[in-house]
Structures are given as C-alpha cells and as structure tokens.
Design a protein around this ligand. Sequence first.
Ligand code: NAP
Ligand code: COA
Length: 264
Amino acid sequence: MAQDTQLVGKTCFVAGASSGINLGIAKRFAAAGANVVIISRSEEKIAAAAQEVSAFGKPCIGIAADVRDYAAVEAALKRTHTEFGDIDIVLSGAAGNFVAPALGMSANGFKTVVDIDLIGTFNVLRASFEFLRRPGASLISITAGQGDRPSMFQAHVCAAKAGINMLTKCLALEWGPGGVRVNAVSPGPIADTEGMARLASTPEAEERVKSRNPMRRYGTKDEIADMCLFLSSDQAKYVNGAIIPVDGGSGCGDASGNALANYA
Ligand code: NAP
Ligand code: COA
C-alpha cells in the first residue's frame, strides 16, 4: 500500500471497521497520515483491527460500539474529538446481510438489517455533526448496488441501502451550505470479504458473478479505499450528494448487456 501524506493532521472516524472493506479504508487513511478511530460491535475484533491499522501510521483507537445505539456512537465520536480535535472524515460502513427470501425473513430479521445499515448510518452521520470540521468535512456512506437494483433474496438490504442513498442526498442538501460534503460509495463485488462469502458462497457462484461483471473480476478493497481517499481530497471539493459506483460497471447490467440480478 502506497504511503503518502495527503491526510497528515486530519482525523478520521470509521464505523464498522473491524474487518473487510471498511478496515481496508481505515488502513488507507492511516497510511495517508491521518489519526484514525474505528468502531464495531466486538471488543475483541475492534482491538485486533486497531492494532493492524496502527501498523500503517499513528496509534489507532478501536472502540466497541454498536451503530444501533445512538448514545454509544455519540460517545465514540466525542472521544475522537477530545483526543484529536475536529473530525475531517467520517465513514459509515457497518452492515449486516444474509441471503433469504422475504418469506424466509421474520419481521425482526428485516428490521435488524435496516437498523444496522440505515438507522446506523443516520446515527453515525447525525451524531458526528457537532464534532466535524466545518467547513471542510467529508462524510462517506458505504452503500451497495442493491440500493438501486432490486435483487432476489435481498429485500432487507435493498430497502436499507436505498434508504442510505436517499439519506446521503438529503444530508448533502442540508449540510452542503455549511461546507460539509456527504457522498456514498457503492462497491461492486469485492474479493476476500464477508459480503461476497455470503452472497456467492460457492466457487460456481463466484465464477457466475465474475462472468456477469464487465471487468470479469471482483474488485479489491484497495480500489474502494482509493475512491474514499479521493472523496476526502481537495480534488473532490465540489463533489456532494453523489452515489459513486466502484463496481467494474456491474451497475450497467451484466456483461451481455442484460440487467440481470447480479447475485441471483
Ligand atoms: P464485513 O467485513 O462483515 O464488515 C462489516 C463490519 O460492520 C464489520 O466490521 C462488523 O464488525 C461491523 N458491524 C456489523 N454490525 C455492526 C453494528 N451493529 N455496529 C457496529 N459495527 C457493526 O463486510 P464487508 O463485506 O467488508 O462489507 C463492508 C461494507 O461494504 C458494508 O457496508 C457492505 O454492505 C458494503 N458492500 C460490500 C460488498 C462486498 O462485495 N463485500 C459489496 C457492496 C457493498 P463487528 O462484527 O465487530 O460488529
Ligand atoms: N435467514 C433468515 N433470518 C435470519 C438469518 C438468515 N440467514 N440470519 C439471521 N436472521 C434473523 C434471526 O433469526 C433474527 O430474527 P428472529 O429474532 O425473528 O429469529 C434476526 O435476523 C436477528 O438475528 P440476530 O442473530 O439476533 O442479529 P444480530 O444483530 O446478532 O446479527 C446479522 C446481525 C443477522 C445481520 C448477522 O448476520 C451479522 O452480525 N452480520 C454482520 C456481518 C455481515 O453480515 N457482513 C456482511 C456485510 S455485507
């Protein structure tokens, strides 16, 4: 991973960063010189992840906090502000997913995913506001293709991520005048992640997803981190309210031009 100085002196808060894509983003922010604070539910996992992030830069603080718990999220943001001052970058990426038809999902199953993804994103972004560098902060939600493409066995995720897309745009409208930009990154299928382990759990399913992607491969965590770093740079200072796909073109339909469900 390239070392650079783009974020020296800046403070980043990353929610849902004990593993996967969001941990990759936290590492990239650290490698660019930022002070980084990460949260997730598991005390053990977030402590181990903070150790990993620390290897890329300054000591990283890992805090156990559930994004469904507004007070816990607010306390973690407050601690970040106390330790490092105004927060420059907030990334909201905590999520849950399982593959199930709507009729195989209890009301609580549906609600659980909406609570983590959508309500959790509201909690993280809303609670961050008073601790942000204003003007100047960059807020990024992690959404998914399910947010604008209906997918079989993903009713909960489709509903939650569609909500995140609209929330992102509404906050961009309300907070843009104060110099706070709010955008979302929509990863395609990303290699070596829990998400794809759940969505394409066999080698055959993995090959099917790859064959439907115009680039004929999974993306990498680094490719998502690159976009998040760009969105946090001066080069992106007029980018606000955007839902940016980093998906190899899978949002355009499958490789034969058909708009098939990507995972079914
Ligand atoms: P992952 O490794 O399972 O990451 C999810 C993270 O969220 C974990 O660190 C988990 O840690 C945390 N988390 C879950 N529930 C939480 C809660 N209630 N409060 C706080 N933290 C919580 O999955 P991933 O595949 O890398 O996905 C990361 C993000 O990318 C998600 O937003 C996902 O929707 C999005 N995405 C992924 C793909 C893909 O190909 N993988 C594609 C499109 C979009 P704990 O268990 O410690 O809480
Ligand atoms: N099919 C149908 N329902 C399911 C399910 C499945 N595969 N997995 C969980 N549920 C239901 C449970 O039965 C429960 O509903 P009930 O109370 O009516 O029985 C509800 O979902 C909540 O489950 P619980 O295990 O208590 O939730 P949790 O908050 O501990 O965990 C999950 C949240 C279910 C999303 C869990 O998979 C998780 O922690 N995921 C995080 C990692 C992840 O999903 N990564 C990929 C991100 S893209």
